[in-house]
Write a protein that binds this ligand. Structure first.
Ligand SMILES: Cc1ncc(COP(=O)(O)O)c(C=O)c1O
Length: 475
């Protein structure tokens, strides 16, 4: 199952305790790379601080030199297990040979022509493949762009052009990207929306169906809020689109109840509203289906894919009903780089790898391994308030008080440090940054998965033992 790679032979053994010349941290007692081995890293850290704006946040002061499968080796030669996968971009694993070969072959043929001048045949081939693998038994077309945010922007444009309506419904605690329209649709103030207004008008954020963070049995009152919205804010027949993540990603892996998406589908169909399913983070096998919306049986009008679509090359897609996709005028959609043939070649290889290596099934297996361990930890560590997930999109929420769900954000930050010091790259999520989420490549082997989970368990024990002063000092 594990992806082979021409880099594997150079990898330092084993990420189990992959740091050479280790020393001990005064604060946490964990192992960290020795000072002598830190020269390249500290130089890069200084230069990053000097030349890259602070807005370009990074979780880890680790600078990659090469990657293979589920591992990343840094400029010091330390090898880490990577359970972040470029925030869900590397589902086929780092440096997959089939992706490298496809991209290299296209690079050698020609790099770019711009689809508006001469459309690369690979653009057309990928457009067709995406209409075949996305849910919905109807005629579809595909627009290729460069990023998730750009896919979001274009989906809203298409919905407005198709309906002649303006209003858009999105959800609280969502994340749809960092461009101005995507930010208007994003339901988290810090760090995303703060300081960046004004935003596009006629965009309305309603509560997402979030059962864990609400006390009643109505999962945050999402249904009543929707009904009230059409009575008090905007007439349903003036709403162009509803955009929703089938599982909220940046919002902390919030898995809605089973009736959420079918209810949205029913409302959209009844009122002629375009249902846009944002699969930028949930897509490409992550949840144990090729697209997360498939769990619900709902067919989106427009589906957005990015991240793992092209294994890290900048590519995103809007795939949707042909008649909607054709609503904008010729020239109304596109851009200089959209559907770059090297990225398209990589994406076509990714789709083949998924089929050949059974990565959708693999996501189910990896997710089950992680969930079982997390549920066991939840019994043993008071810190874990909730464990949740769908397929290999699994997370645990850290709290101080299980009853009141008080966010344990400093502990989550400390856990990332502890795990890194043991050779595992992790990232967080959630409105309060207290959710540890797993986005490991789907080529992660069972042994790697177990090893990564062992590291998380050790890190949980270490963090649980920290005093408030140590926590404070560590961050
Ligand atoms: C659900 C969702 N939509 C949109 C985006 C924005 O994608 P990008 O960062 O490629 O613009 C993201 C990024 O994390 C995402 O998770």
């Amino acid at each position: 199952m594990k992806a082979t790679s021409n880099l594997a032979a150079n990898r330092k053994p084993p990420h189990a305790n992959g740091h050479t010349g280790a020393t001990t941290s005064a604060t946490t007692g964990a192992t960290v790379a020795a000072a002598s081995a830190e020269t390249a890293t500290s130089a890069l850290r200084d230069e990053r601080q000097r030349y890259v704006p602070r807005g370009v946040f990074t979780y880890h002061p680790v600078f990659p030199a090469s990657g293979s499968g589920a591992t990343i080796t840094d400029v010091e030669g330390n090898t880490y297990l990577d359970f972040a996968g470029g925030i869900g971009t590397m589902n086929v694993g780092h440096s997959h040979p089939a992706v490298i070969a496809a991209a290299q072959a296209q690079l050698a043929r020609y790099t770019h022509t711009c689809a508006h001048v001469l459309t690369p045949p690979l653009y057309i081939e990928l457009a067709k493949r995406l209409t075949e693998i996305t849910p919905g038994d109807f005629a579809k077309k595909t627009l290729l762009v460069n990023s998730g945010a750009e896919a979001v922007e274009n989906a809203i444009k298409i919905a407005r052009a198709a309906t002649g309506r303006a209003a858009v419904i999105a959800f609280e605690n969502s994340f749809h990207g960092r461009t101005n329209l995507a930010l208007a649709l994003t339901g988290k103030v810090r760090p995303y929306r703060a300081n960046f207004g004004p935003f596009a008008p006629d965009i309305h954020l309603l509560p997402y169906a979030d059962c864990y963070h609400s006390d009643g049995d109505d999962c945050g009152g999402w249904r009543a809020a929707l009904e009230r919205f059409f009575l008090t804010h905007v007439a349903a027949e003036q709403v162009a689109a509803m955009i929703v993540e089938p599982v909220q990603g940046e919002g902390g892996f919030i898995v809605p109840p089973d009736d959420f998406l079918p209810t949205l589908r029913e409302i959209c169909t009844r009122h002629g509203i375009v249902l846009i399913i944002d699969e930028v983070q949930t897509g490409f096998g992550r949840t144990g289906r090729m697209f997360a919306v498939e769990h619900s049986g709902v067919e989106p009008d427009l589906l957005l894919a990015a991240k793992s679509l092209a294994a890290g090359l900048p590519l995103a897609a809007v795939v949707g009903r042909a008649e909607l996709m054709d609503a904008p005028l010729p020239g109304g959609l596109g851009g200089t780089y959209g559907g770059n043939p090297v990225a398209c070649a990589a994406a076509l290889a990714v789709i083949e790898v998924f089929e050949r290596e059974g990565l959708v099934q693999r996501a189910q297996r990896l997710g089950a391994l992680a969930l079982a361990r997390m549920r066991d930890w939840q019994r043993r560590f008071e810190l874990i308030g909730d464990v949740r997930g769908l397929g290999a999109m699994v997370a645990m929420e850290l709290v101080h008080d299980r009853q009141r769900r008080t966010p344990a954000a400093a502990e989550a930050a400390a856990l990332l440090v502890e795990a890194r010091q043991r050779g595992l790259i992790l990232i967080k999520a959630g409105l309060h940054d207290n959710v540890i989420r797993l986005l490991m490549p789907l080529v992660t082997t069972d042994d790697e998965m177990t090893h990564g989970l062992d590291i998380i368990e050790q890190s949980l024990a270490a963090v649980s033992a920290l005093t408030p002063a140590q926590l404070e000092a560590a961050h």
